[in-house]
Design a protein around this ligand. Sequence first.
Ligand code: GDP
Ligand code: MG
Length: 297
Amino acid sequence: MPDDFKCGYVALMGFPNVGKSTLLNRLVGGKLSITSPKPQTTRHRLLGIVNLPEAQLLFIDTPGVLDPKGALNASLVAAALAALSEADVVVWLVEPRAPALDDQVLLPRLRRLHRPLIVAINKIDTVAKPRLLPLISAYHEMFPAVPIIPLSALLGDGVAEMVAEILKLLPASPPLYPPDQDTDSTERFLVAELIRERVLHHTSEEIPHAVAVQVEEFDEGRRPYLVKIRAVIFVERDSQKGILIGKQGRMLKAIGAEARGEIEALLGAKVFLDLWVKVWKNWRKDPRALRALGYRG
Ligand SMILES: Nc1nc2c(ncn2[C@@H]2O[C@H](COP(=O)(O)OP(=O)(O)O)[C@@H](O)[C@H]2O)c(=O)[nH]1
Ligand SMILES: [Mg+2]
């Protein structure tokens, strides 16, 4: 290990939907964090490890900065704040638009963190080039002496430049994880998340918020030939269960088929997925349920 090896935590922060999870996946070069156009897609702190010859970057994807309304939301905000407290560098991700009132409110909070900060303007693939320069200068004015990096998490443009800026700010430290590891999440957890993502893609309105997934059985006795997984999709009401199962079970079948494909890619094994839908009345307001479903320590 060279003496000048660097290692540290980098918190990916920003409003819901700005592209934090997409950026984390781009950085680790695989699918760790689920993404969707719906807010509250990310509910847990997720670690993505990037191993370079000269450094190990520990990216933390967070649920975003939300109003702590309701028990589930409160635990999401707690996860975001916990990520900040362990961060060596904070990447503040923004939409490719002029700074708005929201940003003005947040700015003092970011300053109070006393952490090295990088502002990343994401989704630049959606704006015309001539509009980009004024945007960058607007953020420069707001955050003097802070690197402003335009990038596209989706296409990868600018991501290497962001990593280069982060490397300048990371502390000297030996690596904290083995170099072949890309996360500290269990496969069980990642599998549950992939199933939840497929549910998000097929549903709308209140259902995405009312869904939690639990893997009840993970039998890898015959891996890589077969991994047998039994999972339950919990919803809050009978009507939601009906929608998720669908006419003649079609919706659940589609969700299961898509999830199985994703899980096989994740595990590098054939998967038998036994998927159930159950009602857990108002689980989001029930501290016992929140614990059982992994939303509280
Ligand atoms: N066009 C474009 N879309 C993006 C980019 N990054 C993220 N998105 C989309 O924005 C939505 C929210 O992304 P996600 O990563 O879940 O946001 P998060 O809530 O901040 O984690 C998804 O539909 C992504 O595909 C980008 O660079 N360009
Ligand atoms: Mg996310």
